[in-house]
Ligand binder design. Structure first.
Ligand code: G3P
Length: 274
């Protein structure tokens, strides 16, 4: 399984890449806003183009960096995707264009299929696309058919939705059981999907049936347990926020064991290292 970092914060990205196991970066407009606000609040003068270049160089060749379009029609997304790729891919040959599976924001709009159309055109041009905001297995299937290089199902947001619909209070990092929550003898579900992990599992199963080349990026990951359960699904990639990556390395008994080994190290053994 590849591990990406889900952030646009350059300090987090630099530190995470120094750990040696991070394979890529995913960003979106909200993550860029969070990072830019953070640095501006600290009094730093940010030029976004240079900032993006820095992300690409930090990741380096062979480590993909997803950059999202901001339009919501086939033409705007296609043009923006080409522009982002042209402007930035020369730096480290690692740009992936993020396109929402369905960019329509109004009830009776006419742009429901524009994401898929833009994916088809960008992919035909040889530009790799990460299809984002996937909330159902059907959306993932359509994105794969359109030629997406990656699909990004949002596990955590499905868990949020199930809790929200059923008025269950929660905080963002709360664990949600992968096999679902039973309330009043009924399992909560969204059209049979009982959790974010089950959404990813369903997509993994569908893609295996048809041998799609599209890779699955499990996204919107909220805690280390969910990251572990997503790895069990066989998803190709998990894109993980910095605090969750930090949570994944910790265990009380590891710390306790380390303290004991340190205490027990005898002088004779220390001498070997001198
Ligand atoms: O990669 C998708 C991710 O950034 C969304 O995460 O926590 O905002 O649902 P979240």
């Amino acid at each position: 399984m590849k591990i990406f970092i889900d952030t646009a914060n350059i300090d987090e990205i630099k530190e995470a890449f120094s750990w040696g196991f991070v394979d890529g970066i995913t960003t979106n407009p909200s993550l860029i806003k969070k990072a830019i606000t953070h640095y501006k609040d600290k009094g730093q003068d940010i030029t976004l183009e240079n900032y993006v270049k820095n992300l690409l160089v930090t990741a380096g060749k062979g480590h993909s960096v997803s950059l999202e379009v901001i339009g919501n029609t086939e033409d705007t997304m296609y043009e923006e995707g080409k522009l982002l790729f042209k402007k930035f891919n020369g730096i480290a040959q690692n740009v992936v264009i993020k396109i929402p599976v369905n960019p329509e924001t109004s009830e009776n709009g006419t742009h429901n299929f524009d994401g898929l159309k833009a994916i088809k055109k960008l992919s035909a041009d040889g530009i790799p696309v990460n299809c984002t905001l996937i909330m159902t297995p059907s959306q993932a299937l359509l994105a794969a058919k359109a030629g997406a290089r990656y699909v990004s199902p949002f596990a955590g947001r499905i868990d949020d939705y199930l809790r929200f619909q059923n008025e269950i209070p929660f905080t963002k990092s709360d664990y949600y059981p992968k096999d679902g929550l039973v309330v009043n003898d009924k399992i909560l579900h969204d059209n049979t999907i009982v959790s974010g992990v089950s959404l990813v599992q369903s997509i993994v199963d569908i893609f295996k049936n048809y041998d799609f080349a599209t890779e699955i990026i499990a996204a919107s990951i909220r805690n280390a347990t969910q990251a572990q359960e997503l790895a069990e699904t066989g998803a190709d990639i998990a894109t993980i926020p910095f605090p969750v990556l930090k949570e994944m390395i910790f265990h009380h008994k590891t710390k306790e064991g380390m303290e004991k080994f340190t205490d027990d190290t005898v002088e004779e053994y220390k001498n070997i290292f001198e």
